[in-house]
Design a binder for this molecule. Structure first.
Ligand code: ATP
Length: 454
């Protein structure tokens, strides 16, 4: 019946994402803006689900991490202390012929990749976007769009210690927009100029930092696996000594096998006490922690898992994408984990006839408070199934003329394409159980849920 077709490529993904409302180029009608993307109705749900899954695992399900939402614009001295004003730059070379600029560290040959022209010597280029506070565009009013969310956590360290009653070890988590004037954007939403990060700073007693680094590398790796990303497409890569920032004592990347090759999804670094020390020196405020047990004052060390929302979304899209030939027709489907799927259930009346529509609307009304549900009564049923497959909807509920007689509906599963008949009053519980990963089927007579015999 079905056989595997082609592999995922970035071209296929970009075009499907646009066709199904996942991601559009920013300011599309004006020709777009390089390095910026908009998330459409399906994309925003997927992205929200990714962020919620992260928040649930990092904050909600733990008692040693709290959240924060700091502002994007910060006192410019923050970026002097953090080293971003002086050091957040990539050496660039420019082609003397076509004037395109390239990151020196990404070139394999000493000539322009676009035209083969001669290149200039590398020059520094700051990656932070500048803007001005107030009406006068002068140096004193310069502020920056944050290039990472982490600094908002470091500068609030004392506020949190003083108000949350957290004792070491504990973490502070934040999800939010970051901006980088990247020289080379590309690979769809992998590298953009405006993106979202999910960062957590975990403050620990010096001496315990090594074991906490190992712990968080493992935790974060498992998180991607739990969300359904295939293990063989994930790997840990330890940074070599030459790659480490001067203050860091260890760093691992979690990488995903994207269509363009293995690339960073998330970095987990042991930042020692660098950040708190810098802010203490620059602000003149003590950021030392008082340890009630040992009666000592000291600066905690920090373990930082720093992930990109957009890169996670891209990895999830790549990993869930599948093509197969079913009865000589191409079926494209996203096998999203149910927690991530933008739409969980689609209600599809077989026809628009009044009595059928009324029953289908009732079913829709009963399900939508429980799940992200879509109602679709356009086109032939086969076309509607294909559309839901391309959105990655795990279950379709079909209401047909027999439903009017026997008060039953058909649940069609996205992955197996199997169909089962279920009493309408049992739909909600059956779908809830199935979405939670339980292998269930329904005995039509009593409408009772039974575990499937293995
Ligand atoms: P890269 O080497 O790919 O530029 P980085 O090492 O500079 O990344 P970090 O500063 O460690 O990245 O940022 C943490 C995470 O934020 C990255 O792992 C990535 O998921 C995300 N991220 C960083 N820059 C971008 C970007 N320009 N677009 C999308 N996501 C990004």
């Amino acid at each position: 019946m079905s056989e595997k077709a082609g592999k995922v490529t970035m071209e296929k993904l970009v075009s499907l994402c646009q066709r199904r409302g996942f991601v559009f180029p920013s300011s599309d009608i004006y020709g777009g803006l390089s390095g910026c993307w908009d998330y459409g109705p399906a994309g925003i749900e997927l992205k929200r689900n990714v962020k919620e899954a992260w928040w649930r695992s990092i904050v909600q399900e733990r008692d040693d991490v709290v959240g924060i939402d700091s502002s994007i614009l910060m006192n410019p001295r923050v970026w002097e202390a953090s080293g971003h004003v002086a050091g957040f730059s990539d050496p660039l070379v420019e082609c003397k012929n076509c004037h395109l600029r390239w990151r020196a560290d990404q070139l394999t040959e000493n000539k322009c990749p676009a035209c083969g022209g001669e290149l200039t010597e590398p020059r520094q280029f700051n990656l932070m976007f500048k803007t001005f506070i107030g009406p006068v565009e002068e140096a004193a009013a310069t502020v920056y769009l944050r290039p990472e969310t982490a600094q908002g956590i470091f500068v609030n360290f004392m506020n949190i210690v003083n108000t949350s009653r957290k004792r070491l070890p504990f973490g502070v988590a934040q999800i939010g927009k970051s901006f980088r004037n990247e020289i080379t954007t590309g690979n769809f939403i992998f590298r953009s100029r405006e993106f979202e990060q999910m960062e957590m700073e975990f403050f620990v007693k010096p001496g315990t930092d090594g074991q906490w680094l190992d712990y968080w590398v493992q935790e974060r790796f498992n998180w991607y696996v739990k969300l359904g990303i295939k293990k063989e497409n994930l790997r840990r890569r330890e940074h070599g000594q030459e790659e480490l920032a001067h203050y860091a004592r260890g760093c691992f990347d979690i990488e995903y096998l994207f269509p363009m090759g293995w690339s960073e999804l998330e970095g987990i670094a042991n930042r020692c006490d660098f950040d708190l020390k810098q802010h203490m020196t620059h602000s003149g405020k003590s950021l030392e922690y008082y340890d009630d047990e040992t009666k000592e004052h000291y600066l905690p060390y920090i373990i930082e898992p720093s992930a990109g929302v957009d890169r996670s979304v891209l990895a999830i899209l790549c990993d869930a994408y599948d093509e197969e030939t079913v009865n000589d027709e191409l079926r494209v489907v996203f096998h999203f984990h149910p927690d991530l799927a933008p739409v969980k259930v689609a209600v599809l009346p077989l026809s628009r006839k009044e009595n059928l529509a009324a029953l289908a609307k009732d079913v829709y009304g009963a399900l939508r408070p429980c799940f992200a549900t879509q109602y679709d009564d356009t086109q032939a049923i086969g076309r509607r199934y294909r559309r839901q497959d391309e959105l990655g909807t795990p279950y379709c509920v079909t209401i047909d003329f027999a439903s009017l007689e026997d008060n039953m509906a058909t649940i069609r599963e996205r992955d197996s394409m199997n169909q089962i008949r279920v009493p309408i009053p049992a739909l909600k519980d059956t779908l809830l159980a199935k979405l939670a990963g339980e292998d269930l089927f329904i005995l039509p007579e009593g409408g009772k849920i039974w575990k499937q015999e293995k």
